[in-house]
Design a binder for this molecule. Sequence first.
Ligand code: C2E
Ligand code: MG
Ligand code: MG
Ligand code: MG
Length: 294
Amino acid sequence: EAKQHGKSHFEVFDPTMHESARARLDLECELRRSIDRDELYLCYQPIVEMASGALIGFEALARWNHPRLGQVSPEQFIPIAEDTGLIGVIGSKLLRMACRQMETWKASEKFAAELSVNFNLSAKQMSQNGLADDIRDSLSESSLSPDCLRVEITESAIMENLHEGVELLCDLRESGIRVEIDDFGTGYSSLALLHKLPLDVLKIDRSFIRKMLTSTENIAIVRTILTLADSLNLDVIAEGIETEEQRGQLLEMGCELGQGYLFSKPLDCVQIEHLICQACTWKPQGQRCAGGPF
Ligand code: C2E
Ligand code: MG
Ligand code: MG
Ligand code: MG
């Protein structure tokens, strides 16, 4: 059949494109299998109060450990999960995992009752029927109260699904689940719109934090986001804090909560338990706990 299209049909195939298309298909197929093979799991990155270093919660981050390919980055497999529709099953499974983990941790006396877990929702999940019910079910299956869970949705995902998005966020908030807007500053939400969105927290995208100390433009952006959040009565979490200087600058500008390699990389559940048992949170330089990487 292909032959009938004539020679020109084949000329559009450049061999490198063919190669990457094959690799992608391969990964799709492996991702489909990974679900039942339990190759997907979560790491948890601490979110801290920057002045004291006190732990306030975690962001759950998906990980894929493939037996042959090794660790595959979520930057690579989440888009595939979205395009193939696998994100529904994967997201739901990971959310249950996060809830069960929180249930286990909450049972330990070292674990502060106020700690909560942030879970990322993708744009494709938002248009899925019954998502809010699935989230509520995950919570009740683990006997967790809704204030243990916070959902993160990127600014661009909300913009893509504005109508369904607003409805979903309202529904979740009515159930007591807090809503955070992820990668804030990279989308194009207007001020008028932001004012109407049902939100609790803005997470400043790490690209602004990274360039904050070398670019006055970026520092102005961060300052603007903080002022905006203040007037909308929203909390702010700065993402991707890697240096003491960034922490200091943010605190000076009135940003209280942060997440980044300076405090801790994403940790697996065993490492998190270790962190909690030591009751050891991140401390400013010179006051670090002995013995731990934290
Ligand atoms: P995100 O939700 O914005 O997550 C923050 C990302 O920044 C994580 O990358 C985290 O490891 C990284 N990060 C945190 N602190 C620092 C830092 O100080 N420096 C640098 N350079 N990076 C830092 P990760 O784990 O590779 O995840 C990438 C993205 O994949 C996430 O961005 C999120 O959009 C997506 N993702 C991860 N897990 C899930 C999931 O379970 N569901 C969905 N839908 N998306 C997920
Ligand atoms: Mg996130
Ligand atoms: Mg983010
Ligand atoms: Mg991101």
